[in-house]
Every structure is written in C-alpha cells, then in structure tokens.
Design a protein around this ligand. Sequence first.
Ligand code: XMP
Length: 211
Amino acid sequence: MIILALDVYERDRALKIAEDVKDYISMVKVNWPLIIGSGLDIIRELKERTGLKIIADLKLADIPNTNRLIAKKVYEVGADYIIVHSFVGKDSVLAVKEIGEIIMVVEMSHPGALEFINPLTDKFIEMANEIKPFGVIAPGTRPERIKYIRERLNGEIKILTPGIGAQGGKALEAIKAGADYIIVGRAIYSSENPREAARRIYEEVKGWSSG
Ligand code: XMP
C-alpha cells in the first residue's frame, strides 16, 4: 500500500534506501531526477535488488509516436507501469497502454494544477473508465477529492496518491478517503532513518488498504 517515490540522483544512495525500506513498501516509483542522475538502467537494478514492482513516473505528454518510442525502452528495462498525462488525449495515452500497463494523471496536488488540469478531472475520469488503466493519480493532500474521484471511477481501477508527508497529506486520511496506494518520497528518503520512517507509515496504514 506504500509506494516509495525515490527522487534522489545517486545510484548507490537510491539502491541503499530501496533495500533498507523494501519490507514496508509495495512498489518503487522512479522519476526524472533518478533517471537523469543514474541512467535508465536503475529501473532494472532496483527491480532486481528489491523484487518489487517499479513505476516509471515520466508523466508522458507527447504525440502517440513519441510516447510509444519512449515507453518501449522504459518497459524493456523492467518498468511495470508508466505514468502518463491524460490531457494530451486518448490516442497518446493508448499508444503507451498498447505496450504496457499505465497509470493516468487525473488531478494534481500543486497550486498550479487548479489553472488547467484539475478543472478537467471529470473528463479524465471518463477517459480512464473507458481506457481502464491500472490506476490513476489523485492528490493525497485533498482527501475530499480522493473521495470524489473514487465515487466516479470504475471499482477495479486503483487510486495512487502522492503528496503524503512532505506536502502535508496524511497517509491514513488518504486511505480512508479511497486511496489504494499512498506515494511517499521525502518523508522517507530524506529522513535520518528511512527504514524507521517507512515502518512508522506502514504501521499507521496497515489493515486499512488492499494494496
Ligand atoms: P514527495 O517527496 O512530495 O514526493 O513525497 C512525491 C512524488 O510524487 C510526485 N507527485 C505528483 N505526481 N501528481 C502527480 O502525478 C501530483 O499531484 C503529484 N504530487 C507529487 C512527485 O513528482 C514526487 O515524485
């Protein structure tokens, strides 16, 4: 039920943190900082060292052909899921889903999301219900929005919520509102003792979610 957002640059540090906390997490999410800092092969290494599923948080938002070219390489190194933006439209999203499992962004947590992305959440949910991704990203900072999205999203589609910890979101509130997975970055990897930080969050939410 906990996904580690491993937003560090360094390969050795990333591998150490992932190994330290792997008993308490379900998946590792890799974003551009780690890919730029350590190379794409870090996905394969993390998967081998932890045995966990890997989410590539690329937030892909290009034309179908470019999305496809990028996704192919990322699935090849072992990514289990790729996060894609919904606002580019169904063809771009489907270009990735034809190759592997995807997670769609339907709402974001930062203030700027209110300008363009969040007003379109209903349309993104509609698209997700049609496309049937593994899951969608919803803001862990706003439990009422998680609940709103859960009520409209097909039951088998998972909700993954970043923004827990460093951005102010509360793990248990997000889960109670309907999140299947909580995504936690700095609250674990910037902690003096990442294993202990992960264990505390795990103890807080265990028993509440299916993830
Ligand atoms: P922290 O350190 O804040 O890391 O726990 C959060 C991770 O999740 C990503 N993130 C988001 N992704 N919609 C997204 O699609 C959001 O609203 C959102 N907020 C945070 C962030 O990039 C980091 O990897």
